[in-house]
Design a binder for this molecule. Structure first.
Ligand SMILES: Nc1nc2c(c(=O)[nH]1)N[C@H]1C(S)=C(S)[C@@H](COP(=O)(O)OP(=O)(O)OC[C@H]3O[C@@H](n4cnc5c(N)ncnc54)[C@H](O)[C@@H]3O)O[C@H]1N2
Ligand code: MOO
Length: 406
């Protein structure tokens, strides 16, 4: 009996354990990697009270009565310098954005809101005490935990670490994944194409999808022809040397589909052999020793869908990422699609507008071909049409996954 894609993903994830080993990397080298230890702020951010504007620093409590007030300017404070004023009252200091607030001063008047004449400045309105001042530690406090174990280090998160003086981080080791394409018909782009041969697109597909993640180290093992013994030898060796082996092709019912038998001959076992989904029905997932094995179907869109929604969640778990499931977002169908009941269908889509509630209105591409390279290349993402639906009409709310959100 075929299992649901959710069940297949759950079984795949159940086969793996998170890696334990970690390494220390400088921030930029750690881009895209997964945190293995909580980074702690070396310093507060900002480290000192400072001006948010170019203007004049005063002590707001010293403005007596009603304005305007004209006060002497006794110095200038620029970013990177420290001004230590003589004791006194009711003075101003010319201050530039980012400069430390001199002691005894608590408020900054923007230069557009006052009038300078020579060495005095006239303030017209009573300022709110503390206005235009960024307080020490208002963003981050010294010693504060900055991120959590399992977080991915993104361009939005790395500056938090840099700003708090953290120079290097402990990240989990990368998971090592071998990629192998099976098929006697396959040639590499650039080679001449003989009769009955096609170019290998799955090799690029799988490697490129994996290379989007810095926490994966990919090894391309190339193409192997449809020969059981050859396939067995290669996947046996790969299982000894890599955390994960991913193959494409040779998983359905044909005479030259040797992958499942090769896994068993290698001493492995399969926990997923048939999934109630299209594309991707003949997906195989199991283990050879402690190494995860994923046999993706040869049809390119089946390979993509199986990798993205069933195998990658397991890889994220293995890489110790804290969130590893797929996030789906709501959208509204704007076209029909020849959906069949009793299987989940994953269909490329494009956005054609938005409904009054702001949900994307989408049309389906490819009309069901699991081999269409052009449909997937034009798509913004993949829609998931649930098993229970037997038709797909305009106006139906469905889940979508955008390849990239921007
Ligand atoms: N009698 C049945 N036949 C098929 C079934 C079935 O249940 N019963 N399932 C079909 C489905 S669904 C799929 S998906 C495919 C998957 O087949 P395989 O994984 O065995 O893949 P192949 O037969 O090797 O190839 C299928 C198709 O994809 C092309 N291909 C293969 N590798 C690549 C590659 N690296 N780059 C580009 N294209 C590739 C291959 O030439 C075939 O055209 O099986 C159906 N059959
Ligand atoms: O399920 Mo297959 O993956 O449609 O072509």
């Amino acid at each position: 009996m075929p299992i649901s894609p959710d069940m297949a993903a759950a079984r795949a994830s159940a086969l793996v354990l998170p890696v334990m080993k970690s390494e220390r990397l400088e921030l930029l080298a750690a881009m895209g990697r997964i945190l293995a230890r909580v980074p702690v702020a070396e310093t507060a951010v900002p480290p000192f009270d400072n001006s948010a504007m170019d203007g004049y620093a005063i002590n707001a409590g010293e403005l007596i009565g009603t304005g305007p007030w004209t006060v002497p300017i006794i110095g200038i404070a620029a970013a990177g310098t420290i001004v230590r004023p003589e004791p006194g009252t009711c003075r101003a200091i010319r201050i530039l954005t980012g400069a430390a607030l001199p002691s005894g001063f608590d408020t900054v008047i923007m230069q557009e809101r006052c009038e300078r004449k020579g060495d005095t400045v006239t303030i017209f309105e009573r300022p709110r005490p503390g206005q235009n001042v960024k307080r020490a530690g208002e963003d981050v406090q010294e010693g504060q935990a900055l991120l959590e174990i399992g977080d991915v280090l993104t361009p939005e998160r790395l500056p938090l670490l840099a700003g708090a003086g953290v120079a290097s981080v402990e990240v989990f080791r990368r998971i090592r994944v071998a990629v192998l394409c099976t098929g006697s018909e396959l040639r590499s782009a650039g080679e001449p194409l003989g009769a009955g041969q096609i170019y290998n697109s799955n090799g690029i597909l799988v490697s490129a999808m994996l290379r989007e993640h810095a926490w994966i180290e990919v090894e391309e093992l190339g193409i192997v022809r449809d020969n059981r013994q050859l396939i067995t030898e290669i996947i046996q060796k790969a299982a000894r040397n890599y955390d994960v082996t991913i193959t494409t092709g040779g998983v359905s019912a044909g005479d030259e589909d040797h992958v499942a038998a090769a896994v068993i001959e290698s001493g492995g076992s399969l926990d997923v052999v048939k999934v109630a989904m299209r594309p991707g029905k003949p997906l195989k997932i199991g283990r050879i020793g402690i190494s995860l094995f994923a046999g993706l179907p040869g049809n390119p869109n089946a390979a993509l869908v199986c990798l993205r929604y069933i195998v990658l969640p397991a890889l994220r778990k293995m890489a110790a990422k804290s969130e590893f499931g797929t996030k789906w977002f709501p959208a509204i169908s704007a076209s029909t699609y020849p959906k069949r009941a009793d299987r989940t269908e994953f269909v490329p889509f494009r956005t054609v507008g938005h409904n009054p509630n702001g949900l994307p209105l989408i049309v389906f591409l490819g009309q069901g071909s699991s081999a269409s390279l052009s449909a997937i290349a034009m798509a913004e993402g993949i829609a998931r049409l649930p098993s229970e639906l037997s038709t797909m009409e305009p106006g139906v709310r469905i889940d979508v996954d955008f390849f990239r959100r921007s």
